[in-house]
Design a protein around this ligand. Sequence first.
Ligand code: ADP
Ligand code: MG
Ligand code: MG
Length: 911
Amino acid sequence: MTKYVYDFSEGNKEMKGLLGGKGANLAEMTNMGLPVPPGFTITTEACLAFLAQGGAPPEMLEEAGEHLGRLEETMGKTLGDPSDPLLVSVRSGAKFSMPGMMDTVLNLGLNDGSVKGLTEQTGGDVRFALDAYRRFIQMFGKIVMDVPADAFEHALDEAKRAKFEGAQDTDLDAEDLASLIERFRAIYAEHTGEDFPQDPKEQLRLSIAAVFESWNGKRAIDYRRQNKISDDLGTAVNVQAMVFGNRGDDSGTGVAFTRDPSTGERVPYGDYLENAQGEDVVAGIRNTKRIAELERIDQPAHAELRRVMDTLEGHYHDMCDIEFTIEKRKLWILQTRIGKRTALAEWVMAYEMLDEGLIDEDTALLRVDANRLEQLMKWVIAKQAKLDEKPIAHGLNASPGAALGKVVFTADDAAAEGTHGKGDKVILVRRETTPDDYHGMIASQGILTSAGGTNSHAAVVARGEGIPAVCGADKIKIDVASRSFTVNGTTVREGDIVTIDGFDGTVYLGELPLEPSVLARAQDGDADARKEKIWGAYERLMAHADSSRRLRVRANADTPDQSTNARERGAEGIGLCRTEHMFLGEERVGAVRQMIFAETAEEEQAAYDVLLPLQRDDFVGIFKAMSGLPVTVRLLDPPLHEFLPNQVELAVGVARAEARGENDVALRDERIPLDEAKTVLAKVDQLHEANPMLGLRGVRLGIVKPGLYAMQVRAICEAAAKVKSEGGDPRVEIMIPLVATKPELEQMLAELRPVADAVLSDASVELEHLEWGTMIELPRACVTAGEIAEVAEFFSFGTNDLTQTAFGFSRDDIGKFVGMYEERKLVPANPFVTIDRPGVGRLMQIAVEDGKAANPKLHLGICGEHGGDPASVVFCHEIGLDYVSCSPYRVETARLAAGQATVGSAESASK
Ligand code: ADP
Ligand code: MG
Ligand code: MG
């Protein structure tokens, strides 16, 4: 028979699935000998059985009855006893802490008879007993029977006002409370159509049922959706003997953390409220006191609390979050769990606990969240300004960091004014963003939206690009036509400066002083910043990650500057140097168009002759910056139309010019003669593809335009030869994109290797490291990797395209429904953020295994954006890649995640 009920003494902290987090930790603390009021836990399995059967299984009721009997025995009191009653709390508690679950009911067991017994128990404290009773009716009514909370609140306010202006709940005397209770019971009867239940067993049964039912309440379901918690877990119910913090000034209740959860400092942190019960302390009904003040209020209880804190930390080896109550100077612990903390605090705590010998180095490394590391490097609003200034709007903290700039309302304006345009600082303000806004988003310092949540397009792109963002600031009313927005009476026009804080979702008018974070300053060598604990923590734990990890970490970088930056951040090479940008810019695009339009081999060659020296100089800079480290250069990948004017715009321009009899055609940023425009249009029409991303691009381009890749290889090898002859150490890896078949790669290599050989022998240079390989980004390449590996020296997984082609999703188009897909659990998490293990991951695994089997010397890496995602880095470690490559500002994150992958798998293997 299933056991549905566990006494606190029968459980432990590992039993969270069955007993819920609260129940498991109450059991653990009970067995540690800490002062926990006794009680029992009805399991999550009982909840599931209850929900399946539409009522309590009879065995469960029977077992709960037995446990209640034992609790009564232990306490020497009986539930509902008019002379000496036992009172209990009924507390929900799922495996994961979950807002939206039913709140706690306190003081259960009170009725018109037992309230007298409670008075006697407390030596005639009528006021206390009546206060407990009114709280119980209120909580039971509100929580179990859904009586509107306002109804009780109003009655309570009225009673306080009737007392005197500004009276607090503690000012109500016994007489006031007695009439308040009458009022509460009338409210109860009015809303439920029944009298307040006097039978304590009935009270208990109803409360337990209400907790179980709350598992399927709307708020709980929404929360689980949002946080990807399974619907099949169920919640447990804890029934626990009451202790009273509302028995006068020598009693009280509080919440505490064993260390400061925002700074990580080793000082207890929390709030205490005298003469109060339960949630009073967080409800803000009266001003609370700092934990440190408890020492003055009740020195022995404070000392006892400090001892409990030490015991808990020693036991859990971590920072704990505690709920406690003091009844007549006696301390009781009502809850503990591992405390949540800020990104800063988790580093400081891990470092100090390591120092204190509380945890070992591997554990410390696993304590910090690689996903949050980037936050610590972001700019922040200077502390004083943050205190002085009042925000004009609030939204969601969608992407961390502070930013300021001129307000713009369209992506095109952002692109024109921002980073790659005029170079001004801009904040892009939109209702929400779409994939069409991407070019403007990446040119902005920050993004502000009035609609959309933390998983909206704006939020996801901002986080992916490391751009601060505040989303869903719904008080902001944007009027694109008049180029302004209004919020709470303030009008902000295009060009006005705003400052946004992506850490807390605030928006300020004007320019607030921003400063680099402590960690960023320390990284730049600032001596004061280096005295801070976060720097010590960072240095020590990153060193441990670096010495533990097996994966190498490279960066994706296209220019010498990016390469230098990546190297400073610890990149051990370049995993993806894209050559497409080398085809942009005024002087180049002309030559590229000439190449595309060439009718004869001579015309085409003439274009290459222009491009060759430009490309060569680009590579020289990169090879110099990365001397001694490998650089993987990808030959041209995108469809050629990306280098041509927009087809529709051109057609419209030509038609308009013809209709008006003009000789020139005006395009977005150029004017060209009509004749030329017509020729270009004909070419563009001819090159037009229905699905360019699946069209003439990648290796297909190399095959159709053999001179193109040959020119690129020549530029690469000439650059390497030059750098080498000047004493550098270029390590070259040439990568052919979008290969689907072995013959494609074979043919390319047969054409290109002789070009490289000729250049190098002409220059009399030998390169120690010159490898040829391919990007693996098509499902067919994965499943035929065994063949492809016979001719490749390395594979680099292009997981962006691999995800698109494996799912048949266009990344630019699924934005409209991917959120709904995630919500309905139709995809595993956003597959463009974290590698989809069962699908895309499986393809990668096949490619790794078959590739290695065919060519044991094959090098393996990844260069998709997933290379900087911690969960994906762990996967890459597991399937045995040699390196991950990610954007330069993710290099530290990847190093950390790679270290954690090694240490974490060692740890789980030893378990
Ligand atoms: P939550 O999950 O919202 O934290 P809890 O079940 O912890 O809810 O209950 C909220 C508060 O109620 C506790 O912090 C504690 O102050 C009070 N409480 C719960 N059980 C008892 C009890 N047996 N005796 C006294 N106070 C209690
Ligand atoms: Mg609690
Ligand atoms: Mg690709």
